[in-house]
Design a protein around this ligand. Structure first.
Ligand code: ZN
Length: 278
């Protein structure tokens, strides 16, 4: 029954397909993802990020996800993305969110362990799942240095000490890329997948070329975060449509924009191998 937590989406460490985590910001994005999930018979994650919380408000956004997720019978999770404040995690859990990510990647290692452990315990008390991050996936146009990539021994220790259900790792992707140009360190990923006892998460997937996404799923990625790519689809569609047809009804434009995002989400579900896995 929707919404559900990440453990109820059918993902396992072993099975070679990944669930899509799609950042949503308003009705257009939420319905685009839920409809694509329904059409593809694919599980999906509606992800609530901090910029979207600032835009729409935490409770209105989580509530909209909870209500709209009931429009399909395929499993849909509502997940808090990149929380850096334990109080925001608590507020989201109080709103009934099913899963939370605490991003302590910029903190000192011990502080990251301590805060992530606290978030995991809080989430589990609510029946929610928790994701942590080790290594740094940078934002903007910065490239990824060797030092930012996830260290396997550290990651194993981090997963064991914190008890996270999912672990985000740094393999070469960058947040916020508007075109796909990044490749991933697949050797490092194979090593991490072999050694880490929980499913691995790829952030910054909008900037990664399709071949590397496919290989990453084969090599152990089980959750793939997509944000910027979908914003680009809606923005391009609307700017085109408004230029060509300035007298149209705005609600019709939004409706067609939703269809464009829907198609892009469905294509990613097929790429990730999650279609027909619900
Ligand atoms: Zn991210």
């Amino acid at each position: 029954m929707n919404p559900c937590n990440l453990n109820q989406l059918g993902i396992t460490r072993e099975n070679p397909w990944a669930v899509g985590h799609f950042n949503i910001h308003n009705q257009e994005f939420i319905r685009a993802v839920v409809r694509a999930a329904d059409q593809e018979r694919s599980p999906a994650i509606l992800a609530v990020g901090m910029l979207s919380v600032k835009y729409m408000g935490l409770e209105p956004l989580i509530s909209a996800c909870q209500v709209i997720s009931k429009e399909t019978d395929v499993p849909i999770a509502v997940h808090l993305d990149h929380a850096r404040d334990v109080d925001v995690v608590k507020q989201a859990l109080d709103c009934g969110i099913n899963s939370v990510m605490f991003d302590g990647s910029a903190l000192e290692y011990e502080e990251n362990v301590e805060k992530t452990t606290k978030v995991v315990q809080m989430a589990h008390e609510f029946g929610a799942t928790a994701e942590g991050e080790i290594g740094i996936v940078p934002h903007g146009t910065a490239s990824v240095s060797e030092a930012d990539m996830t260290n396997p021994a550290r990651a194993v220790e981090f997963a064991e000490r914190t008890g996270v259900d999912f672990l985000a790792v740094s393999l070469g992707s960058v947040h916020g890329m508007k075109t796909a140009g990044a490749s991933l360190n697949q050797d490092l990923l194979r090593q991490l997948h072999q050694q880490i006892p929980v499913p691995l998460v790829l952030h910054g997937a909008s900037g990664v070329v399709d071949d590397h996404i496919k290989a990453a799923v084969e090599n152990g990625i089980r959750k793939i975060n997509v944000n910027t790519g979908l914003k680009v689809v809606l923005k391009n569609f609307l700017s085109d449509k408004l230029a060509k047809d300035p007298d149209s009804d705005l609600l019709d434009d939004f409706d067609l924009g939703m269809d464009a995002v829907n198609a892009s989400v469905a294509a990613r579900m097929r790429l990730f191998g999650s279609s027909n896995k619900a």
